[in-house]
Design a protein around this ligand. Sequence first.
Ligand code: HAM
Length: 423
Amino acid sequence: MKIKSIKGVKDILPGEIEKWQWVESVAQRLFSLYGFKEIRLPIFEYTDLFKRSIGDTTDIVEKEMYTFKDKGDNDITLRPEGTASVVRSYIEHNMHGQNPLTKLYYFGPMFRYERPQAGRLRQFYQIGVEAMGSSSPAIDAEVMTLLIEFFKELGLQELELQINSLGCKECRPQYRETLKLAIANHLKELCINCTQRYERNPLRVLDCKVERDVEIAKGLPKFKDHLCSQCQQDFAEVQKHLDAVNTSYRVNDRIVRGLDYYNKTTFEVIAKTGLGSQNAVCGGGRYDSLVEDFEGPPTPCFGFALGMERLISILPEEKLNHLEKSPDLYLVCLGEEAHNLAFQITHQLRTVGLYVEREIDGGSMKSQMRKANKLAARFALIVGDNEILNRRYVLKNMDGGDQWEIPADQLAEEVLSRLKPTD
Ligand code: HAM
């Protein structure tokens, strides 16, 4: 039987990978302008890390983790997200002692045992950003603005930043009780999921996608009417900062997020078209007590993670045309002697930074030129018996047909002078 890849897990092939590399390079450049540094984290951690951070009653921990015992009988989990690992690493490496505001970003695969569908995978990739060490609402606005600027550079326009405040230790417990009381009146009408999670996690009823529940949720008490004065003030500040740099957003009081560690500002970026039901490209927010929960010092944090597959699938076509690189030069070899020299010639040209291709098994002049055309090579270098005898090769411009004879011992310099390597 042929072995296939696992359900919900995808290969990223050449032709597709160029988009990923481009997105990652834009992220690297832009994030570093805002002072963020890359961190590479392990793919697996002790299970407890995720249970205690994401929360025992969340869908991720209850149903979706890839958990196993290793040969040393340790409980291990393939990471379902990156924030928990960043927090673990931040404490383990004493980062708070080195810098009061630590700004990190990461790329990498995450694993969740969800029901696969378009935009929902079991191994998917995230780019994440975490700013650790400030409770200032200015950080919330700065990090969300960085994200929006990133989307702009990628040419993404049909996106909406939706923000909410989930309150703090002071005001959330009271709101939770008020909400529970209100939900109790609708228990018979809600979906089975909501009736089950209402006791332990009533906030999730607010973002249930079932149509009837959406209608019920509209009539439930709103968090914004129950925030304490500090939370109200902070949320107003966040909006003031966003307005100051024209970062547009919409307040959506149904955003509660599916991970337990959030407080105060939370947000999602929603694609208005192109993604169907899995339309959240990015999610994040403030998590002010997570570092302390893991015995670190008080460290208020704000961050986000975006889903690469969802992002890649809505990149605009016009931004993608330039991504596949064409060869600078295609080496056309005619005759045995030329073929014997081909490896040396291509090696010499590649060592000066040129992208060179050739047909390893030879072929007629016509078929080799056809290949050069197909690959959209900018130049062809023609080497045959005569050229070797005269120690002069023929360089042909594939766009327009100009050609020159080039001395063999000055090949690299001569080619370079006529040809700037592609970017
Ligand atoms: P999250 O909302 O669970 O947040 O995931 C962030 C993004 O990852 C989602 O908006 C979505 O684009 C993508 N994503 C999630 N699950 C899947 C899946 N099964 N298949 C494809 N894409 C998926 C977090 O993970 C938090 N750690 C974000 C964060 C960082 N908050 C603070 N800092």
